[in-house]
Design a protein around this ligand. Structure first.
Ligand SMILES: [Zn+2]
Length: 538
């Protein structure tokens, strides 16, 4: 969407979605993006259809500088690129300021300048006069406006500044506005402001600057970043800054995805190009993958549990009227309903869950009951299917006689060796692949890794699909008190391919056997997903 388009089809002021994942978002602990990663995230955000992608702070590090040099390689379809920087240094001219020069060299249509709006920061952090700070804001904005750039003014600590000295905070905005800034972004930099204060302050600022685009940049330190963004738009703000999945330092920035979903689905704003809201969940997951951060199952709208329910009693009602149990249609954001399986599951729950997997059990009335009995027996032995959807599906398929077979285990042997400081394990796996007997040896760090290597080696020739399947997580839990005689080990193993993840479970009093079970099921399920041709079809 072009920033110049200021009205949507309903005649309402167009609300600009400004993403700062690559600048503010990447301040998050543990988030470290390479230039390649940054380009991938930018491409994903552009494809989703946000209006502005803030690429970074070219004056602060060489990585961001390189990003801007290479950003032109991307096929920008929806978003405009912004470069971020601070106002000029105190008591200097804007011309010749090295940081402003670096911003200019980034050649972005939008330049976002952060400046002080809180007297405390002017006095204590900047240690200059309040008049000089106003001149710094005005000079820096004017510098870029003269160069034909669109200037966004980020008023740092605006809400705290407003509380301390309203007239000075507004004077900072006036300095930017008079110098030609077209957008005033009010930043809740410390993230402590609550929604009612946001409403009051945004209303006041909108009254003072009716001709400008006024927006907010909220942090989540009071768990209100999304709420603050929504109420600001409700007051008439037309620019929201946020980050993918709420990434950001401390408690994060406003989750731009939740803001978009809320405004589109509940306030009828047109923010993304038509049809793109359905790509929200996939985009959120893709960015988490690039960032190499675990994806939060509880993340509103897009998390894998966002529409999951454990309520056994309600399963049939959910199947009948899904809208009665979820706040929006999961499909609208590209997500889906999940019914969790647990010991408490009723027969109808099993039917619903099986149908979700594309298995129709309704033709045989006894089948769902048999499945349920099997689940109860397995859960009694220590299995947990709530988080192991793949094992549940395999169990249903086995009971229903709809389980293909890709390999049969004849046996395995694992040797664990410790020499000096190094641990090394070797596994020998013997499989029957139809008529053929295959023996393969795998080495690894620990017995499970070695087994995984050997199994893959034995299967790789017959099933090239395996190359795309990898292990992402392995969890072991000792369940004691369940049996008086010995403790039981439960292994939860998560595998992934390009499309998503699945979890399998194995239970035994021997950790290697439990791991093998989860491993073999994980591989079988991956082959099933990939549509690999089975030796024995279902
Ligand atoms: Zn921030």
């Amino acid at each position: 969407m072009n920033a110049a388009a200021t009205r949507d089809s309903a005649g309402r002021a167009f609300v600009e979605m400004y993403d700062t994942t690559l600048r503010d978002g990447s301040q998050q602990v543990g988030l470290d993006l390479t230039v390649e990663d940054k380009l991938r995230v930018a491409a994903a955000l552009d494809a989703l259809g946000v209006d502005v992608v803030e690429g970074g702070w070219p004056g602060s590090n060489p990585k961001d500088k390189e990003f801007f040099a290479r950003a032109g390689e991307l096929p920008w379809r929806n978003a405009q690129l912004a470069a971020f920087g601070a106002t000029r240094r105190p008591n200097r001219s804007a011309d010749g300021d090295p940081d402003l020069e670096t911003l200019l060299v980034a050649k972005t249509p939008i330049v976002t300048l952060v400046g002080k709006a809180w007297t405390l920061h002017v006095d204590e952090a900047l240690r200059t006069t309040r008049e000089e700070n106003l001149a710094m804001v005005a000079d820096s904005v004017r510098f870029f406006v003269r160069e034909g750039r669109r200037a966004v003014f980020d008023a740092e600590h605006f809400f705290d500044g407003y509380a301390a000295d309203r007239s000075y905070a507004l004077a900072c905005l006036s300095a930017a506005a008079e110098a030609g800034a077209d957008t005033l972004a009010l930043c809740d930099t410390n993230g402590g402001t609550l929604p009612d204060d946001i409403v009051r302050v945004v209303r006041d600022v909108l009254g003072q600057f009716p001709a400008l685009r006024v927006g907010v940049h909220c942090h989540n330190d009071s768990a209100c970043a999304v709420a603050n963004s929504l109420v600001a738009v409700g007051e008439g703000a037309t620019h929201v800054q946020g980050a993918a999945n709420g990434y950001g330092e401390r408690c994060g920035n406003a989750d731009l995805f939740a803001v978009i979903a809320g405004l589109e689905l509940k306030r009828e704003h047109e923010l993304l190009p038509p049809g793109r809201l359905g790509a929200l969940a996939a985009t959120a997951r893709e960015i988490a993958e690039v960032a190499n951060l675990p994806f939060d199952a509880k993340q509103p709208y897009v998390g894998s549990s966002a529409f999951a329910t454990k309520a056994g009693l309600h399963a049939s009602a959910i199947a009948r009227r899904p809208d009665a149990y979820s706040h929006v249609d999961p499909a609208s954001v590209g997500n889906q309903t999940h019914v969790l399986v647990s010991e408490l599951a009723g027969r109808s729950n099993v039917l619903v869950k099986a149908a979700e997997m594309g298995l129709d059990l309704s033709s045989d009335p006894g089948l769902a009951t048999t499945v349920l009995d099997e689940i109860k027996a397995a859960e009694h032995r220590g299995y947990a299917f709530e988080a192991a959807d793949a094992s549940f599906e395999l169990l249903v398929r086995r009971v229903a006689g709809q389980m293909p077979s890709w390999f049969d285990l004849e046996g395995y042997r694992v040797v664990i060796e410790k020499t000096g400081g190094a641990d090394r394990s070797e596994a020998i796996v013997r499989l029957l692949l139809g008529e053929q007997r295959v023996v393969a040896v795998g080495e690894g760090v620990g017995p499970v890794h070695a087994l995984d290597q050997a199994l893959r080696k034995a299967l790789s020739e017959l099933y090239p699909e395996l190359a795309n399947i990898h292990l992402v997580d392995y969890k072991v839990r000792i369940l004691d008190g369940r049996a008086a005689t010995s403790a039981v080990t439960r292994v939860m193993l998560t595998s992934a391919d390009h499309e998503g993840e699945w979890t399998t479970v194995g239970v035994c009093d021997d950790i290697v056997t439990a791991s093998w079970e989860a491993l073999a099921d994980g591989i079988s399920y991956g082959l099933l997903r990939a549509g690999a041709e089975a030796l024995i079809p279902a």
